[in-house]
Design a protein around this ligand. Structure first.
Ligand code: BGC
Length: 424
């Protein structure tokens, strides 16, 4: 059988708790969804009820031929009030890990995927340096109970996303970053309303998405480092890393300085924090091209665009990985790579071309541990609600029935054969 990926390569899909579990009512972003004037287009509600259907879901993923699954443990469930840990919720995730084991699935566990407990906002959220210690304490509690069953851990999902949001805000109709409120597309004061729902006031309210300034960025990095230390003390064998959102940053003549600055903001400034990690999670969806005037809107001239209105450019994955590998000796795991589209054949081309590029990276000697497509299921796409469909499995949210798409079969076949050749 042809084989072009390393043996034991992790083939999987990814989800995050808030986006799939449903009723994550103790999370700060649940409060945001329900705040008056909220920019969220839907409530997450029951989501796809993965909280109850995880056993069926994991069985489904394993049946496709996948050998790994990336999901997140929800801090707001584990620690519903400061210092109060829920044995029942720890038990829930113990059984999720057990279901993985029973199905030959290697879990890749994220400890923080955008949401934090509501109560954290009462303490100043991600602008309070003690948040790093609180986060490490939560990780320690989880690892003291479940650590032996968690071989790979991503401490913070897209530690750099707030930086990207801040820099792209002018171009994207997306969640406002720190310091920008009352933008034209959203009612003024919605953050004040969210703060109230978290039992605090706007001066204390500071979610992870806002952590993009000089005060809060070091706190996010500190949280990662302290969590890594706590996890390693309990489970030295666990492979620990964080993930970064890394567009393939390119330039045309005259845009080199812009591109270099962006790459530093997105990647360079995190290098110290990840030194000492076991791997880096790379999450890629697109490229950014810079010219003499700054960002070039590639979507405007693209032959093909995605469901999010961005340029269809699967080659960005390899571009981003090659760039990372030229500056870092750590193994890489593709912890996200995905496309929102209503046309599954477009997704199939996206995955195939992305994986051809990844195969080239591996052939050139870049250590890559695995590939997690985002996402396993169509799910709650944050402010965009249930509109965009990233999943390889569709979900009828009235009945919670799952419908496997062709792209899921393709990914499973690639995983079984451990090659993308002859399948694309
Ligand atoms: C996030 C996911 C999100 C995906 C698609 C990543 O930024 O980690 O939570 O759904 O991109 O937008």
């Amino acid at each position: 059988m042809p084989q072009s990926y390393p043996e034991n390569f992790l083939w999987g899909t990814a989800t995050s708790a808030h986006q799939v579990e449903g009723n994550n009512i103790n999370a700060d972003l649940w409060a945001e969804e329900h705040a008056e004037g909220s920019p969220y287009r839907d409530y997450s509600g029951d989501a796809i009820n993965h909280y109850q259907l995880y056993r069926e879901d994991i069985l489904l993923l394993a049946g496709l031929g996948l050998n790994s699954y990336r999901f997140s443990i929800e801090w707001a469930r584990i620690e519903p009030e400061p210092g109060i840990y829920s044995s029942a919720e720890i038990g829930h995730y113990r059984d999720v890990l057990q279901a993985c084991k029973e199905n030959g699935i290697t879990p890749v566990v994220t400890m923080h995927h955008f949401t934090s407990p509501r109560w954290l906002m009462r303490f100043g959220g991600w602008k309070n340096p003690q948040t790093a210690d609180r986060f490490a304490q939560y990780c320690e509690t989880v690892f003291s109970e479940l650590g032996q069953d968690i071989p790979y851990v991503v401490t913070m999902n897209e530690a750099n996303l707030p930086v990207l949001l801040k820099e792209l805000f002018v171009n994207l109709d997306f969640m406002p970053p720190v310091g920008i409120d009352g933008a034209a597309w959203t009612a003024p004061g919605w953050r004040e309303a969210a703060a109230l729902r978290c039992g605090t006031t706007i001066d204390k309210y500071f979610t992870f998405h806002m952590a993009s300034d000089e005060q809060s960025l070091p706190i996010v990095m500190d949280a990662h480092k302290k969590a890594r230390t706590a996890i390693k003390a309990l489970q030295p064998a666990a492979k620990v890393g964080l993930s970064l959102a890394l567009p393939d940053v390119q330039s045309v003549a005259g845009g080199e300085a812009y591109a270099a600055g962006k790459w530093y903001d997105y990647f360079g400034q995190y290098k110290d924090a990840i030194a000492g990690d076991d791997f880096l999670g790379v999450q890629n969806y697109a490229r950014e091209v810079y010219g003499p005037q700054g960002l070039i809107q590639t979507a405007d001239t693209a032959e093909e665009i995605t469901g999010m209105g961005t340029e269809f450019y699967p080659e960005a994955l390899a571009g981003s990985i090659r760039r990372v590998a030229s500056e870092l000796t750590l193994p890489i795991m593709v912890t996200e790579h995905g496309i929102a589209t209503e046309d599954d054949s477009q997704r199939i081309r996206f995955i195939s071309r992305g994986l051809q590029g990844l195969e080239g990276c591996i052939a050139d000697g870049i250590p890559v541990l695995g590939y997690m497509y985002w996402s396993a299921f169509d799910n709650f796409e944050w402010t965009f609600g249930y509109g965009p469909h990233f999943g390889v499995i569709a979900v009828n949210r009235d009945t919670q029935e799952r419908h496997v798409k062709e792209s899921a079969h393709l990914l499973g076949a690639i995983a079984r054969r451990n090659t993308v050749r002859a399948l694309s």
